[in-house]
Design a protein around this ligand. Structure first.
Ligand SMILES: [Mg+2]
Ligand SMILES: [Zn+2]
Length: 270
């Protein structure tokens, strides 16, 4: 289905849990994490926690194995594979990091379904420790995106605007976005969507609370979902509906242009 871009948040949307919390808990680092959280931005804290986990003798392979055990609903994999098979352009926009996301998507065999992963960069340094950097290339005191809704390291709304303008540059002006997410960080991109787009907030999670708290601010159509099975049903319905609508519009266009092609009625002589 050309013309539909489905953008997925990762934690608690594709994955059943939050990957950062999962790794911290599985590596027994919850106490330190919680003690530093009130004073350290999340993104820098994750980098700091990787240092602690590494110093305790956990290798990058250990973290990889831990990520592979994180629960992921098979309905989500089916939904994503179906949307990809229908020709949708699928992208991830996440405040986790590249190593976590790619490890999990590769493990479950659907990394190739995505055309792009927008997330915090990560790399393994010479000591074998995972380093996690901010998505927006700036320090925490001077957020480069200038958005008051989002954390300094990442504004998902700015990413949506960048995707839209890059598609326009490619000549794809009539693109419909379907944005799927759960968290507070998914509210800003929801505000950037247009009337033609859809937003799928996870029911009773932070993004849903913010969106349903003032529907006047949201231009996109809102379709909530509760779990993986629900996400699969709602997403595929939206894609099929959009496909039917496109066929109807194409038919109308063809009918009206064929009318235009008809010869003009001859004027009746007086
Ligand atoms: Mg999330
Ligand atoms: Zn923002």
């Amino acid at each position: 289905m050309a013309g539909i871009v489905v953008v997925f948040d990762f934690d608690l949307t594709i994955l059943d849990v939050d990957s950062d919390n999962w790794v911290i808990d599985e590596c027994g680092a919850t106490e330190l994490f919680e003690s530093l959280l009130p004073t350290t931005p999340w993104n820098s804290l994750m980098d700091r926690m990787m240092r602690d986990i590494h110093s305790k003798g956990r290798t990058i392979e250990d973290i990889g194995e831990c990520l592979k055990r994180a629960p992921l609903d098979p309905h989500i994999i089916e939904a994503i594979k179906s949307a990809h098979a229908l020709g949708c352009d699928l992208r991830v926009v996440s405040d986790a990091n590249r190593f976590f996301i790619e490890t999990i998507l590769k493990h479950h065999g659907f990394l190739d379904c995505f055309s792009e992963i927008n997330t915090n960069p990560s790399y393994v340094d010479e000591e074998g420790r995972l380093r996690i950097l901010p998505f927006h290339d700036d320090d925490a005191t001077k957020p480069s995106h200038g958005c008051s809704l989002c954390p300094p390291n990442m504004c998902k709304g700015a990413i949506i605007e960048r995707i839209r303008s890059s598609l326009v540059d490619e000549g794809k002006k009539k693109v419909q976005f379907i944005y799927v997410g759960d968290g507070k960080g998914d509210y800003c991109p929801s505000l950037k969507l247009s009337e033609a787009d859809c937003v799928m907030p996870r029911k009773n999670y932070a993004a849903w609370d913010l969106i349903t708290g003032n529907m006047d601010l949201i231009k996109a159509k809102v379709h909530e979902w509760r779990d993986g099975e629900d996400l699969q049903r709602v997403l595929l319905q939206l894609i099929h509906r959009s496909e039917r609508l496109k066929i109807i519009m194409d038919c109308k266009h063809q009918t009206s242009s064929s009318h235009e092609a008809l010869p003009q009625a001859l004027p009746v002589p007086h």
